[in-house]
Write a protein that binds this ligand. Structure first.
Ligand code: SF4
Ligand code: SF4
Length: 477
């Protein structure tokens, strides 16, 4: 059963007087209903530093993986046209999807667990939207257009030449980066070699690919240059349902109201009657979604922790302990001790581990060569030379590894008869599929009630597969 959202995490009613905001109105919507353009102030601090390291790592992963090859194959590529996934030198096909299903549920459970324990940790620390916007596009914007206050002043002033060239340069760079991201995103599906070839040759030769790149470029450019935080506030489906996973144990970025109120500037020394919040509004000014965390937990909060760094800086300047805004659970903020163990979290963790183990086991047990055997021809069998019966099949082979495999096919030990591959070999390149016609001929005398149980053996260096096979033949012998 899903726990109800504790009342303390809900957005409070509009503050009656002296409010820095007007209650339920979003920080990015004006009183007239228009868009309020945000200029989040620059901030440094321990969380921003840590997030920057995480973001650089993730950017390297997002943008670098298509360039990396492993055992001569892409480290990761979803080959759309070949309908296969290449991952770390192994190949997976549509038929392998069931092997991943428990693992997929394990990933979902880990995401649920992380949200239940740490709130919107994904949104603030690892979501590509946040990572690209805050750690790639925003620094470039700052480099070209200056700090938030400079940008705001320049945008408010009449248009002049510095405004024009800065905007033109910024958007040209944004478009170039969006084009790069679009090519990288497509390289995950089409391979980096194909992308490089397409870029270096006339676009008329690859018009669909070009249109796709242009569409992706336009989408990324629009999102990072204009739509920005609105993607998190209005578009993201994950943001919509995360709050149902929160309970009184969830550590969310929260303002310690007991300690902070009554807020007020006051003197640095004697703050009689005032809490620790100096009402400096730094937490609001750095917020990338324009909210005031002091109003309580809000759906627009992406958990980026910028307000923690901003507030810690103020607390340090006022010689007060850091952590007025911090990761805290509702029970901690209310000073209510929790009873019992976190069974929900433990259940998620246990289920995720089990599912991951099942998927790992299934993948480990997958053979080096996957084989499907299908009957070929119109009739189930054919009598040959009067006393033998021939069954014809098509063997569908998929090489799951990156090594070329040389194989032999024969009837299993002890079975009387022969195949058309006796004494011959065939090869299959890494990651390739092939169909092999197989004719099996056995003595008619071996059939009982129309059936002859045999086995095909597929052997080669490091390969030994046995395929049980029921041959069809005459009923009455
Ligand atoms: S309230 Fe704080 S954590 Fe939430 S989005 Fe704003 S700055 Fe980030
Ligand atoms: S940054 Fe801290 S002290 Fe300043 S307004 Fe926000 S909560 Fe209050």
């Amino acid at each position: 059963m899903i726990a109800p959202i504790p009342a303390g995490w809900m957005k409070p009613e509009p503050e009656p007087t002296g409010s820095s905001r007007t209650g339920e109105i979003q920080g990015t919507i004006s009183a007239e209903g228009g868009r309020v353009w945000l200029y989040p102030r620059e901030i440094g601090g321990r969380f921003t530093r840590a997030r920057r390291w995480v973001a650089w790592f993730l950017l390297a992963v997002y943008l670098g993986v298509p360039w990396i090859h492993w055992r001569g194959e892409p480290l990761m590529e979803v080959d759309w046209f070949g309908r296969k996934l290449s991952l770390a030198g192994y190949f997976f096909w549509a038929k392998d999807i069931p092997l991943f299903i428990p693992g997929f549920f394990a990933v979902v459970l880990v995401a649920i667990l992380a949200t239940a324990r740490l709130g919107r940790i994904w949104c603030g620390w690892a979501c590509p939207q946040t990572v690209f916007l805050q750690f790639l596009f925003a620094p470039i914007e700052r480099l070209i257009e200056g700090k938030a206050s400079q940008r705001k002043n320049r945008d408010a002033a009449p248009v002049d030449f510095p405004w024009i060239w800065r905007k033109a340069l910024k958007h040209a760079v944004f478009l170039s980066i969006s084009w790069w991201i679009a090519n990288t995103a497509l390289a995950y599906f089409w391979g980096i070699d194909n992308m490089i070839y397409a870029i270096g040759h006339p676009s008329a030769r690859n018009l669909p690919g070009l249109l796709l790149v242009l569409a992706f470029t336009g989408a990324f450019y629009y999102i990072f240059a204009f739509f920005r935080e609105q993607a998190c506030i209005m578009l993201c489906p994950y943001a919509r349902f995360q709050s149902v996973l929160f309970d009184e144990r969830t550590s969310l970025i929260a303002y310690d109201e007991k300690r902070g109120e009554a807020r007020g500037k006051g003197p640095k020394g004697d703050r009689t009657g005032l809490g620790d919040c100096t009402d400096c509004r730094q937490c609001v000014l750095v917020c990338p979604t324009g909210i005031d965390i002091r109003m309580g937990q809000q759906m627009e909060c992406i958990g980026c922790a910028r307000c923690i760094d901003a507030c810690d800086r103020t607390m340090t300047a006022w010689k007060k302990p850091a952590g007025l805004i911090r990761y805290a659970s509702l029970s901690e903020l209310q000073g209510k001790p929790l009873d019992g163990k976190p069974w929900r979290i433990l259940a998620y963790a246990g289920l995720a581990c089990s599912m991951a183990t099942v998927s790992a086991g299934l993948l480990a047990a997958r053979p080096a060569i996957s084989v499907d055997l299908m009957r070929r021809g119109q009739s189930p069998y054919e009598t040959v030379a009067g006393d033998s019966v021939k069954n014809t099949y098509t063997l569908v082979l998929r090489n799951n590894g990156s090594h070329r495999r040389v194989m032999r096919l024969a009837l299993g030990v002890g079975a009387a008869g022969s195949t058309n591959w006796d004494g011959r070999e065939f090869a299959l390149a890494g990651g390739a599929t092939s169909t092999v016609p197989v004719d099996i001929t056995v003595p008619a005398a071996g059939f009982a009630r129309g059936r002859y149980d045999a086995a095909l053996s597929l052997t080669g260096p490091g390969l030994s597969e046995t395929l049980p096979i029921g041959l069809a033949g005459p009923w009455g012998r």
